[in-house]
Design a protein around this ligand. Structure first.
Ligand code: IPE
Length: 271
């Protein structure tokens, strides 16, 4: 029997928020160790990672999330046009991807990496691009993809495809996916109050759209959708019968516990 899961490593978990292009390598290593344990259990894992400070800062400065803006320029920046910025963010994302892939390989895992700008176009949960490259179900192979700058049809020309859209399509279109896990940074799941006010009891263990939550979305730095996008895409996936869970990625054993059907701390999205 094939067992398959999709895991999103949030950008805020795997990178340092305020330092451009600095990865939290130890956090990544611990996550990869858990992925290794799952592959040893015979589970096929697909990893999609976010961008954090490898993507959002430059993308925001160059308004890449808005697509092509005629005549737009940023004085005193290392690049001189939006198109150059697109190339630079793609390269920065390839660098972050190389760190994630390298850490997985250190555990002896065979990794197939699929940078979206090479196979995907257009935005949102119905972006174009065939998922056949993710189809092998061999647990010794881990497929990896990420949020990226992709080409967009028409005048817009390019845009930011969030890893949250990538995981939504992977989870609903590939066969055998039993769960989608969002590994987040700094929170145990979805909270009723802002993280700095939260106590143990403020974790929402089961969320559906009627349940109130507090999600801080740093629109000044975040070019995708923050927690709201995760919940929206997570809910879409949960409605197809797949288990969707939000956990604190700083405790990768919680991810293991979900898959091993043991008790864990976090939030499940209920259809
Ligand atoms: C964003 O992807 C991609 C870029 C900014 C290039 P995500 O939406 O998946 O990233 P995080 O998890 O919010 O960092």
């Amino acid at each position: 029997m094939v067992r398959r899961i999709v895991v999103k490593f949030g950008g805020a978990l795997i990178t340092k928020k305020d330092e451009q292009c600095v990865a939290r390598v130890e956090v990544i290593r611990n996550l990869c160790s858990a992925i290794h344990s799952l592959t040893n259990d015979g589970v096929q894992v697909i990893v999609v990672h976010g961008a954090g400070s490898f993507g959002h800062l430059k993308a925001k400065r160059w308004r890449l999330n808005e697509g092509y803006v005629a005549g737009y320029n940023v004085q005193g920046d290392a690049c001189s046009s939006q198109f150059e910025a697109v190339e630079q963010v793609r390269n920065d994302m390839l660098n972050l991807n190389a760190i994630v892939v390298g850490e997985l390989e250190k555990f002896g895992i065979k990794v197939h990496s699929h940078p979206p700008h090479q196979w995907a176009r257009n935005l949102g949960p119905e972006f174009n691009g065939t998922l056949s490259r993710f189809s092998s179900t061999d647990p010794s192979i881990v497929h990896v993809s990420f949020g990226d700058v992709v080409d967009v049809d028409g005048d817009r020309r390019f845009g930011i495809l969030s890893g949250d859209d990538v995981v939504a399509r992977l989870s609903t279109e590939l066969p055998h996916v039993e769960s989608l896990i969002f590994a987040m940074g700094g929170v145990d799941g979805l909270l009723r109050v802002p993280p700095h006010e939260a106590t143990e009891n403020d974790l929402i263990e089961q969320w559906s759209p009627t349940v109130d939550y507090v999600g801080i979305h740093h629109t000044e730095i975040d070019v995708t959708g923050g927690i709201g996008l995760k919940l929206n895409r997570g809910y879409m996936v949960a409605q197809t019968g797949i288990g969707v869970h939000l956990v604190n990625g700083e405790y990768p054993s919680r991810m293991l516990a979900i898959v091993r059907k043991e008790p864990w701390r976090g939030t499940s999205i209920i259809p």
